[in-house]
Design a protein around this ligand. Structure first.
Ligand code: KIV
Length: 281
């Protein structure tokens, strides 16, 4: 039987010990993180931190599926959630189901995530009633970057805060098993967390949430195009890569690498075969 956490296990953690979530896009990184986290999100942030895009909008369903499969192969314990890419679910609830069904069957993950509040509630209900666990995503929604005027903190005005709280309530009533709350002021994150019966997973939304998600490349120092205030650096792997490759390059240029310990010897001697004088076989 699978030892993986399910979306239901995550939902039951409401108000309990904080839920730990990272993004993951590859099998080796998933393997390193799996023992330490509850959830791994194959986020469309991959477009920016892996593929060098300036927004998340260029990520396709095929990319999400391929990276999702890699993360599943590299992990055995965490609940894996796949972000539905921009354009794969907004047009209709039927489109959303087709995209989600492909993801669930081809990846074998625990759930999908989609961005949106009240406007996506009907879609979330449609998916959850048809066997697709959904993580919702309110507040700052990177797929809407072009309509909200960039990546900016949400909920600073009373009207904006009211609308986002209503979004969270709507997606929870529609059946979402958890809600990502991104880029909101602390008071709003606290109000949302109190108001909904499912766990809130914050990113740039304070410790008032039931759990936290972070883009792994941000905390490891592997992405420096843009570092938001809410990111804490736990390692400088980008610098470590640069130093290591510089040392390798210097060794190659000075013919120090490969050294004798990296070279295959002749191997055990075998008696020389007599040359056959007969016909070739
Ligand atoms: O794509 C992503 O990584 C996300 C997280 C930032 C929540 O949606």
């Amino acid at each position: 039987m699978s030892q993986r956490l399910s979306s239901r296990d995550i939902a039951l953690r409401k108000g309990g010990s904080p839920i730990v979530c990272t993004t993951a896009y590859t099998a080796p990184m998933a393997g390193f993180m799996d023992p330490h986290v509850d959830l791994m999100l194959v986020g469309d942030s991959m477009g920016m931190v892996i593929y060098g895009m300036s927004t998340t909008l260029g990520v396709t369903l095929e990319m999400a599926i391929a990276h999702g499969q890699a993360v599943m192969r590299g992990s055995s314990k965490a609940c894996v959630v796949i972000d539905l890419p921009f354009g794969s679910y907004q047009a209709s609830k039927v489109d959303a189901f087709k995209a989600a069904a492909r993801v669930m069957s081809e990846v074998g993950c625990g759930a999908v995530k989609l961005e949106g509040g009240q406007e996506m509630a009907e879609t979330i209900e449609y998916l959850t009633q048809r066997g697709v666990p959904v993580m919702a995503h309110v507040g700052l929604k990177p797929q809407s970057v072009n309509t909200v005027g960039g990546f900016r903190v949400q909920g600073r005005t009373a009207d904006e805060a009211r609308a986002i709280l209503a979004d969270a309530k709507a997606v929870a009533s529609a059946g979402a098993f958890s809600i990502v709350v991104e880029g909101t002021v602390e008071s709003l994150a606290r109000d949302i967390t109190r108001a909904v019966p499912v766990p809130t997973i914050g990113i740039g939304a304070s410790s008032a949430c039931d759990g936290q998600v972070i883009v792994t490349e941000d905390i490891l120092g592997l992405y420096s195009a843009f570092t938001p205030k809410f990111v804490k650096r736990y390692a400088e792997l980008g610098l470590a890569v640069s130093d290591a490759v510089a040392a390798y390059a210097a060794d190659v240029r000075a013919r120090r690498f490969p050294g004798p310990e990296n070279v295959y010897g002749p191997g055990p001697k075998t008696p020389a075969k007599k040359k056959s004088r007969g016909k070739k076989r």
